[in-house]
Design a protein around this ligand. Structure first.
Ligand SMILES: *[C@@H]1O[C@H](CO)[C@@H](O)[C@H](O)[C@H]1NC(C)=O
Ligand SMILES: *[C@@H]1O[C@H](CO)[C@@H](O)[C@H](O)[C@H]1NC(C)=O
Ligand SMILES: *[C@@H]1O[C@H](CO)[C@@H](O)[C@H](O)[C@H]1NC(C)=O
Ligand SMILES: *[C@@H]1O[C@H](CO)[C@@H](O)[C@H](O)[C@H]1NC(C)=O
Ligand SMILES: *[C@@H]1O[C@H](CO)[C@@H](O)[C@H](O)[C@H]1NC(C)=O
Ligand SMILES: *[C@@H]1O[C@H](CO)[C@@H](O)[C@H](O)[C@H]1NC(C)=O
Ligand SMILES: *[C@@H]1O[C@H](CO)[C@@H](O)[C@H](O)[C@H]1NC(C)=O
Ligand SMILES: *[C@@H]1O[C@H](CO)[C@@H](O)[C@H](O)[C@H]1NC(C)=O
Ligand SMILES: *[C@@H]1O[C@H](CO)[C@@H](O)[C@H](O)[C@H]1NC(C)=O
Length: 213
């Protein structure tokens, strides 16, 4: 009986130890998990497709002006972006322009805009103007590709690639049809939450706990 009591006490001790480590692991997982920044196209204007303005200079203005918003929604982690490449397509697969946003660091809970013009040389302008004049839309696709790493306190996580895209429809105002910002999304099922990025740290931590036991 006495022996049983002794092993029971040890069991209880083990139980509470496992429970505490479980809580610690959960807490670590919660504080280490990260989420990708949100990238969106806030504004997209193609002056040549503005049919209200039919001056030759505007018709021959083959630029697209855009406003890209990058939003780090995490409350306590920073994001370091590598150079961000933006690729513009007409009708989803005809490459019309490329643009690079220089890499930078974005603090927690911060957002920023990058506004600029790109020249769309390869676009079949007469067809696009026809489309908007006929109450249809000219269809563009914007693809964003970069690599990001997250800053957790004083450390950086491993770099991983972030690739998102969105389809922009432009009507005869030259502006994108939907006034709201267009959130760029990954083609694959949303990997926005990268909680498994901390997988290795978590496994090492668990092994360490198991060694202690
Ligand atoms: C389209 O052109 C008209 C005439 O120049 C101008 O008043 C209007 O602001 C332009 N639309 C946009 C969205 O800039
Ligand atoms: C330009 O638009 C105005 C009004 O929409 C129209 O009166 C004029 O004929 C147009 N000019 C050309 C060259 O299409
Ligand atoms: C083309 O249109 C954009 C946006 O309206 C303007 O900023 C730019 O100066 C124009 N470019 C030319 C060559 O007119
Ligand atoms: C980032 O882009 C800038 C120009 O936009 C270029 O000068 C620089 O070499 C690029 N850096 C990397 C690491 O590709
Ligand atoms: C884009 O796709 C269409 C049909 O899906 C095809 O006919 C066309 O050749 C493609 N263009 C490019 C540049 O890949
Ligand atoms: C944009 O970059 C891609 C890949 O580097 C290239 O294939 C394409 O021709 C470029 N498009 C333009 C319009 O320069
Ligand atoms: C748009 O309408 C014009 C005549 O108004 C016609 O010639 C053209 O084929 C139409 N384009 C499309 C894409 O329907
Ligand atoms: C753009 O997309 C819309 C909706 O998918 C479609 O109805 C329209 O015909 C497309 N425009 C062109 C020029 O292909
Ligand atoms: C074109 O899109 C703009 C911006 O969303 C909107 O204000 C305008 O009413 C649209 N025009 C047409 C003809 O649908």
């Amino acid at each position: 009986m006495a022996e049983d009591g002794g092993s029971g006490g040890c069991g209880r001790c083990c139980c509470s130890f496992i429970f505490t480590s479980g809580l610690t692991a959960l807490f670590m997982w919660l504080s280490l998990r990260t989420s990708n920044p949100t990238c969106s196209i806030q504004d997209f204007y193609v002056p040549a497709l503005n049919t209200t303005d039919n001056s030759t200079s505007t018709r021959n203005n083959h630029t697209i002006s855009f406003d890209l918003k990058l939003d780090n929604g995490m409350k306590d982690k920073g994001v370091r972006y590598s150079n961000i490449s933006l690729a513009f397509y007409y009708n989803s697969n005809l490459s019309i322009a490329n643009y690079t946003v220089r890499g930078f660091y974005q603090g927690h809970n911060k957002n920023t805009h990058r506004r600029d013009l790109v020249e769309a040389r390869e676009l079949p302008w007469p067809a696009a103007i026809d489309a908007v004049s006929n109450r249809s839309t000219a269809n563009f696709t914007v693809k964003l590709a970069t690599k990001v790493k997250f800053k957790i306190m004083f450390w950086y996580t491993k770099r991983h690639s972030l690739e998102v895209r969105g389809d922009v429809q432009v009507n005869d105002s030259g502006k994108k049809v939907n006034r709201k910002g267009l959130k760029l999304k990954s083609g694959a099922p949303d990997p926005g939450r990268n909680s498994m990025r901390v997988g290795p740290a978590f496994v090492i931590f668990t092994c360490f706990i198991n060694l202690l036991l």
